[in-house]
Design a protein around this ligand. Structure first.
Ligand code: NAI
Length: 332
């Protein structure tokens, strides 16, 4: 088989390293650090296969340019595909494949890390001790034991988080609209979303972003939560309305907020902006709260997960080149 070149966008040095390790002689990855969007799509001209990541813009405009340049396969290096206009891709004759699960354990473990770091105020304690300040004032935490934990979306990651919270002695409530019987079989209480929102001390989001779930956390849902609730989002930023979060934090209705994703993260995350003036005032305001912990979409970022992403991307590409059925195809 001749060597096929693949244009890889949003490729950091670590992505390139893992892709090289997973690669085979039939494939050569041409890595670009820039994101894929309507202006950069021309860089893929002549590439039948293009690989993209979570914050690439695969709108109709980008896909149109890619199709004109001869692209026929988009190999996503992530599970979520809300950034892809799947209808446009279908109309333009472009197939889309993803990496359905790289390491749900990585995301579940990071979710728990956010919960514990918030409840036990680890970032503050770390800085305080390094400064020679051993006062405990302001570090009072709470036990997870016997707290109600609401998991929104009982899929791969949600159920792993559920299992881990059960091990803390929590009462775990799961809202899972598609496969609730599976959650019940795993020994979890499957309940409706309204009850989950009202009864949970900790709410953790593990559902996909779609028209049903966009702004699932909004002014109304926050108002019906327990005062002082802990909210965690390691799924997709737009599951939460940031303005509603700010109001909830200011009124103290939200007691803790841990997010690995942010609705406007595309212009911020995965890059070093330490010397820039960040223009996103909502994001900057979030960072001013002592009870908010933000990580920059790193929940997936473990050695095992990145290796699995690279290996699955290679096998997706090989399946396409060999004319096999695309088992990880998304959309039509
Ligand atoms: P999954 O597909 O296994 O589970 C998602 C579950 O949500 C499914 O059981 C589905 O039935 C359920 N669901 C669908 N519509 C729903 C609704 N309206 N309300 C509540 N639940 C609903 O997906 P997985 O692998 O567990 O991923 C969960 C989320 O984590 C996804 O949004 C994904 O994009 C995100 N993710 C984040 C990463 C990170 O690094 N922060 C890395 C990988 C995934």
């Amino acid at each position: 088989m001749p060597t096929h070149q693949i244009a890889v966008f949003s490729a950091k040095s670590y992505d390139e390293r893992f892709l090289l390790q997973a690669s085979v002689p039939a494939i050569e990855f041409i890595c670009h650090e820039v994101t894929l969007n309507p202006s950069t799509a021309v860089m893929a001209e002549g590439f039948e296969i293009v690989s993209a990541f979570v914050n690439d813009d695969l709108s109709r405009e980008t896909l149109g340019t890619l199709a004109e340049g001869g692209t026929r396969l988009i190999a996503l290096r992530c599970a979520g595909y809300n950034q892809v206009d799947l209808i446009a891709a279908h109309e333009l004759g472009i197939s889309v494949v993803n990496v359905p699960a790289y390491s749900p354990y990585a995301v579940a473990e990071h979710t728990i890390a956010l919960m514990l770091a918030l409840s036990r105020k680890i970032p503050r304690a770390y800085n305080r001790v390094r400064d020679g300040n051993f006062s405990l004032d302001g570090l009072l935490g709470f036990d997870f034991y016997q707290k109600n934990v609401g998991i929104v979306g009982g899929g791969k990651i949600g159920l792993l988080v559920a299992e881990r919270m059960r091990a803390f002695g929590c009462e775990v409530l799961v809202y899972e609209p598609v496969n609730s019987q599976h959650c019940v079989k795993q020994g979890f209480q499957a309940i409706d979303l309204t009850t989950l929102i009202q009864q949970s001390d900790i709410i953790s989001l593990h559902c996909p972003l779609n028209s049903d779930t966009r702004y699932l956390v909004n002014h109304d849902s926050i108002a019906s939560m327990k005062p002082g609730v802990m909210l965690i989002n390691t799924s997709r930023g737009a599951l939460m309305d940031t303005r509603a979060l700010l109001d909830g934090l200011k009124s103290k209705q939200i007691g803790y907020l841990g997010i690995d994703v942010y609705e406007q993260e595309g212009s911020l995350f995965f890059e070093d902006h330490s010397l820039d003036i960040i223009q996103d005032d909502l994001f900057q305001r979030l960072l001013t709260f002592p009870n908010v912990l933000v990580t920059g979409h790193q929940a997936y970022f473990t050695q095992e997960a990145v290796q699995h992403i690279a290996e699955t991307t290679v096998s997706n590409v090989l399946a396409y080149l060999n004319g096999e059925r695309l088992s990880n195809r998304v959309g039509m």
